[in-house]
Design a binder for this molecule. Structure first.
Ligand code: GLY
Length: 420
């Protein structure tokens, strides 16, 4: 089968690494990819993922049998609809189904209509009314802008003043509608499922670390490290999340005439009353995918293709008993302003004995790998225990020579009994 993988981050490098092991793989292309992905696939540059017509024509010219979409933006923009209309199967939801990530309001209304556990909420199109509601409810309280905000647009406000300021910022930035949600107490975990209409198959769990610095301090990021499985998500809690959140969501999407097909990533809050939905994403997490792929023991191409073509019910994903942990090596300054273009040494020395160095924000310049973004490398190790995986990942990252980078030294602390 000839495949095109879309995207250029660590998530897509992990997908490429795993797809490359599939016996059914024919020609393997990635658009635009990165130097890590280039070890597995031929890179195709110069076609923006938003240029749907050009992309579909390229797929036809290159006999592409299957497209795997990594990031959310092309999904929300309807690329899968276009590919399917052209007769090219693709992994990922249609635009209508990708609203589960693209519109927080859509998801909250779906939860309300179907009794899916989530934080109580109110919606506002007017800053003054939203601020009055915040004052009446008190803090802590959560303020969310609608729409894709690249991980931003959510403020957990600890004071009423901060919440009112967040409301004003959303409207000042051109937001037209806002959600105010009750604050939920508990531990967060991510649960992944493959979904094909009403068929929902769990596909691993993980926890990530959103703050930039050790001790869960500093600004929010896209994620500074992750591990899988998430021990806090016990089999009983997973079952409840499946029965109370994921399956009712899949059924509601089918009932609405917009069946979901692809991976559904549920951000959960594990509260005293059980798991509640924080948010959905319509793609694999980044860096969560980097710890799922080394643990997935099956044929990824077969599983993704079965999901995309209505055959998920015939598939049972196989998993290793090992734990996996990834540490993100980021550019100094991230998530704020940072330099790019600085040379990175020691990647091969780090990638020994089964350690995987997934490349996220890199490019090749005169034969040397240089930084090309905020989150640059994901140093990933497995082990019979999470602490063994952590030790291997940290031994490996210490072999990388990159003075312009930084990483957290406490990835895994929640599960391993450390302290934030
Ligand atoms: N790591 C969070 C995300 O992928 O959205």
């Amino acid at each position: 089968m000839n495949i095109l993988l879309l995207g250029s981050g660590g998530r897509e490098h992990a997908l490429a690494w795993k797809l490359a092991q599939s016996p059914g793989l024919g020609q393997f292309y990635a658009m635009p990819g990165n130097p890590g992905i280039a070890e597995h696939a031929e890179l195709i540059e110069g076609i923006p993922l938003s240029a749907h017509d050009t992309l579909v024509a390229w797929c036809r010219d290159h006999d592409i049998d299957f497209v795997v979409v990594g990031p959310e933006a092309p999904l929300v923009a309807g690329l899968v609809d276009r590919l399917e209309a052209a007769g090219i199967p693709a992994f990922g939801p249609t635009a209508a189904a990708a609203r589960l990530e693209g519109s927080k309001l859509f998801t909250k209304e779906l939860c309300r209509a179907n009794g899916i556990p989530t934080a109580a909420f109110a919606r506002f199109t007017d800053a003054a009314a939203a601020a009055a509601y915040v004052r009446q409810q008190g803090a802590p309280i959560v303020v969310k802008a609608d729409g894709l905000m690249a991980g931003k647009g959510v403020v957990v406000a600890l004071t009423v003043e901060d919440a009112v300021e967040a409301v004003e910022q959303v409207f000042a930035a051109g937001g037209s509608e806002i959600l105010i949600e009750a604050f939920m107490e508990g531990e967060e975990a991510s649960l992944f499922a493959l979904v094909d209409g009403e068929t929902v198959v769990l596909f691993g769990s993980a926890q990530d670390h959103k703050r930039a610095f050790d001790g869960d301090l500093g600004p929010n990021t896209g994620g500074m490290g992750a591990y899988s499985p998430a021990p806090v998500l016990t089999p009983e809690l997973e079952r409840r999340a499946l029965d109370e959140i994921l399956i009712p969501t899949a059924r509601a999407m089918v009932a609405a005439g917009t069946p979901y097909r692809g991976v559904l990533y549920a951000g959960l809050m594990l509260t005293a009353d059980g798991p509640k939905l924080v948010e959905y994403n319509c793609r694999f997490g980044d860096p969560e995918c980097q710890v799922l792929m080394p643990r997935f023991a099956g044929d990824l191409l077969e599983v993704l293709h079965a999901t995309a073509t209505g055959r998920l019910a015939q598939v049972t994903p196989l998993w290793s008993e090992d734990a996996a942990l990834t540490v993100v090596y980021a550019s100094r300054g991230y998530p704020g302003p940072h330099q790019i273009g600085s040379p990175i040494g020691g990647i091969e020395a780090a990638a020994q004995d089964g350690v995987l160095v997934f490349q996220a924000g890199t490019r090749r310049k005169a034969g040397v790998i240089v930084s090309n973004g905020g989150r640059v490398l994901n140093v990933t190790a497995t082990g019979p225990t999470l602490s063994a995986a952590r030790d291997r990942a940290y031994e490996a990252i210490a072999r990388i020579a990159w003075p312009d980078g930084f990483y957290r030294t406490d990835i895994g602390w929640r599960a391993l009994g450390g302290q934030a």
